[in-house]
Structures are given as C-alpha cells and as structure tokens.
Ligand binder design. Sequence first.
Ligand code: C2E
Ligand code: MG
Ligand code: MG
Length: 586
Amino acid sequence: MADKQYLKEKSKGGTGDKASVRVDKKHEFLEKSLKKTKEELKASEERFKNIIEKNADGIIVIDSDGVVHFINPASEALFGLEKKKILGKSFGLPIVEGESSEMTVVHSDGEILWVELRVVESKWEDKSVSLVSVRDITRRKRAEEQLIHNAFHSELTDLPNRALFMDRLGQFCERMEPNEDSSFALLFVDIDRFKVINDSIGLTAGNKVLVTVAKMLESCLSKVDTIAHFGGDEFAILMENIKDLGGVMQVVNRIQSNLVSPVKVDSHEVYVSMSIGIRFGDSHSYDPQALVRDAENAMHRIKEKGGGAYQIFDQEMHTRAVNNVQLELEIRRAIEREEFLVYYQPIVSLSERRITGFEALIRWQHPERGIVSPGEFLPIVNEIGMIIPVCEISLRAACRQNRIWNSIGLPPIYASVNISAVQFSQNDFADSVARILKDTGLDPGLLVLELVEDSLIEDVEANLKILHEVREMGIRISIDDFGTGYSSLSYLKRFPLNTIKIDRSFVMELPDDSEIVSAIITMGKSLKLKVLAEGVETQEQLNFLYNFGCDEIQGYLFSRPIPAEEFTELLHKSDSLLSMIPTGDK
Ligand code: C2E
Ligand code: MG
Ligand code: MG
C-alpha cells in the first residue's frame, strides 16, 4: 500500500534534481510508513495486552513441562501470587485440553477458592503451550453448597433434617457387622403439647423454644451421636456403639433433668416436657425406615399415657404395628364396601322426662369379626388419614336418620355427632356440615357437634372462627369427655359452647366419690351451660345426678347404643325407661 501511495505521488511529477529528490522522498515515505506500522502494531499490542491484563478471568500460559510463561494480573490476584515469583517456574495446574474442569485452589492467604479451568492449545514464541483461562467460581460454589446444606438441614435449628438423618442411618445399617459387644439406640423425641406452647407464647417465641431445646438435646449427647430435627417439635437421635441400655438411660436422664427448669425465651418461662421413644438394637441387620417407625411408635405409646417420659420399643409393639398394617388394608376395603354403620344411644332429659336426643356412634360391620367398636379402628383410621371420610359417614347418617325420626309426629329430638380434631380443623368444615344439612334436610337446630377439649385448644383463634360459623348456622356445640383433657376455665369461657358432657370415668365413681362431678355441674351452671352425664349405668348414679341438678343423662342404664330400627321402637315405647327417673324434690 505504501508503494501505491508512492506511485501516486510520483505521478504528480516535480522539478529540480528529480531523481535524487525522488529517492529521498521514497526513503522518507518508507520510514514514515514503517513508523506508522510500528505504532499501529504497538497500539494493537497495547489493546491486546489491555484486554488480557484487565480481563476479570485469569489467563496463564504454560508449556508442556508445566512452566509458566505468562500470567495476567487476574491470575496473580486469584492465587495471591506475584508474577515474578511464578514466571519461569513450574505451576501445578492439571491440564485437560478442551473440557472445562473445576477444582479448589488455596490462595496464598490460606483461603480455599473454587476455580473453573479451560485449556486451549496455542503457540508462544514458537513453542507449543497451553493457554489456561481460570475463572473464580467460589461465589457460585458457596451458593451451591449453601443450597445443598439447606436441603439437608433444618432452617430453624440448623441440625440435620430427616433426609440427612435417614441417609446416615442407612449408611450405619449397611456398616453394621455382627459384633456382640456393640449395640445402638434410636431415640424419637417429641415435645408434649407443643401446640399449646405455641398458642400461648406465639410462634416466634415458640420457635426460640425449639432452638433452645435443640441445643439442650445436643449438649446431652456425645460427639459420635447423630441428632436430627425432623421438623415441628420432632427430633431423632442415633447413638452408635453403646454397651447396653444403661448408656441410653444416662442420656435420657440427662435430658429429663435438664427439663426440670423452665426454658426461658424473651419474657416467658416455659416448662417443656418430652416423650421419648427408644428403639434399642444390637448388631443384626435392620431396615432404617423400620427403626424410625419403631421408635416413633414407642414415642406415641408413651404420649398416649400422658407423655413426659420414655418408652422402649418391644416385641408386643411390633406385633401391634404389624396388625395395624393388616387393619389399614381392611379399613380401606371397608370404606369401599360401605361396612361402616351407625348406632344410636338415647339421651334423656331429667327435667323434661323424655328422650331429647341421641348420640350417633360409629360401628364397623366386619365380615368375619362382626361388630367392631370405634376404639379399635378409629385411631388407625386417623393415622392413615381416612378419618374425614369415615366420620362423614356418621354425620350424614345421623342427620338423615334424625330427619326421619322428626317426621313421625313425636316431639323433636336432636342428633349429637362426634367430630374428630382433624375433621374440625378442615378449612371447609362449616361448609361441609352445611352441605350435609342441606342434602338431608335436617333443621340445624336439631344438630349438636361433640368436640373434645384438646381439639379446641390446638389453634384457638382458628377454632373460634369455625365455632362461630357453626353456631351462626344454628348448630349447637358440646364438649365431650369433659375433665379428661386440657380443662381450662378460661378457654371454656371464650368458646361459644352449649353443653358439657361429664366423662364416664367420673360418673363411674358415683355416688362414693362425687366431688368432681358436683364441681363440674356447679361450674357448668354458673357458665349457663347444659350439663350431661355420660356412662350412667346404675340407678344410684342416676339418683345422685338427678339430685344434683344434672340436665341430661346418657348410659347403659337407659340403653346401649342400638341400630336405627331398635331406636325407633324405643322412641315409641320409652315409658319403662323413663320411669327410672326419680320424681319429687331434689
Ligand atoms: P364418646 O363420644 O365419649 O362416646 C361414648 C362412649 O361411651 C361410646 O363408646 C358408648 O358406647 C360408651 N357408653 C355409653 N354409655 C355407656 C355406659 O353406660 N357404660 C359404658 N361402659 N360405656 C358407655 P363407643 O361407641 O365405643 O365410642 C367410643 C368413642 O369413639 C366415642 O366416645 C367417640 O369418641 C368415638 N366415636 C364414636 N363414633 C364416632 C364418630 O362417628 N366419629 C368420631 N369422630 N368419633 C366417634
Ligand atoms: Mg361423644
Ligand atoms: Mg364421651
């Protein structure tokens, strides 16, 4: 191009010593061009250098012996190295051409960093070299690690969660070898009435209780034990390599003695008690899921007995658990085959001297075992999550049946139906009751729902809302098994109730031990609630209750729960039954 330019200039011509002038000019021109080219080259090199130097990624040139020929500032910063100390020296980077690879490197200040390497073959001063680009991916890696940590730890207590615990337990079970001296224990720990704690001090403080309890549990264990937070108020502990049950008991005692003093959170002092299920094992082969299930079963057993203690899983519980699996299958089949039916037990008013209502009590007409009572199947129905459809059977049947009895010209009677806690806490509970009333055409004023105290205090605000919805429809509310649950006067006052049913266990003690019954009747009257006594079996009990002003009676003395046809007969011929009611002054 310089020559072309020269020729152009030449063609313009000139005067004087034309030849020498021309040579000079050509020389001058060439020098200028060269300088320009050099400048251009320098600028280009500068630009290129700039790109390399300022590049956020590290770039390193390494020859086949691993000797570094070039390193840019980003690499220096990344590794905390100085160029002069590394140039010409060997640098141990694994070179895999083409693919990108990830590795950790130790920065000169000791920090561990994650880098991504990408290698391409190139030429450097006529030598074959590897051009390594190094990218700092520490932040991304840390975020990934955090995500993985989160997936396997409780957000609240930062303890391993169920998934991680099951994984470790699985590994433990695989490792386990027959060894006579070594045993292990799996503890399933559950805080008693944690919902009540949450309700009374609030969720935030409740969470702090969980964190404190988690730390306390951890402090009771040795380093080799594994503790996990399964969520909510449930924890699990794996104690490996223990000699005998004595070792487990030491830990359990340590936990229990820590619970003697209250947990302090904010301005609250909370007394916490725990139910601990223990699955003790020696070196046989175990299925991790089964171990946890056994420990959990043992925990439920002790909870049923009131909690605050421990229970060791035994063979009898195992048999029960196996039977439950069988029962579960049968229950699912029973729902399909409509084997559930409802019995009716009369409720008698002492002042009106007539049958004023009935309680609907579910039964299972088992193809081989005959009539099975709810105590045997409802707990399992509940466990397998079928309580709602099963209990709807009795609610619907009771409403339908009562509609029939109220259309035969006798004075109106009400249907009293048991509602389980799970059923009641459904968002659409009020709607589902309304639907059943509409379908069956029963007057809402002739329906009473029986709830146990414990199902009301689980979530007071939500329950109050449901109760008001139900009351507004004209339905009445009765507290069942009164005196056996979390009886608290302040709660009773807050809930829009109509009736309390004194539990059979107190009525049974009459007339010898009458204090509790008389106290409940007095309290019920002062709260303007109707009082009903359940489980009245003798004339003496009836007489006592009559004299004490109890409003209604239900029990075998009048009638056992009976099928609908028998109940119809009873309604028509109730005179003999009613003649048992004393007359005269109280
Ligand atoms: P509950 O609601 O307290 O019902 C009273 C229980 O006492 C009934 O037992 C009844 O048969 C029994 N009983 C009544 N009078 C006497 C008596 O004089 N002596 C004795 N020893 N027992 C008497 P059942 O029918 O076995 O029901 C047990 C529990 O099962 C009920 O206790 C209730 O909590 C639950 N249940 C029954 N049916 C249903 C239902 O349809 N839905 C729900 N959610 N629970 C139900
Ligand atoms: Mg009941
Ligand atoms: Mg009851």
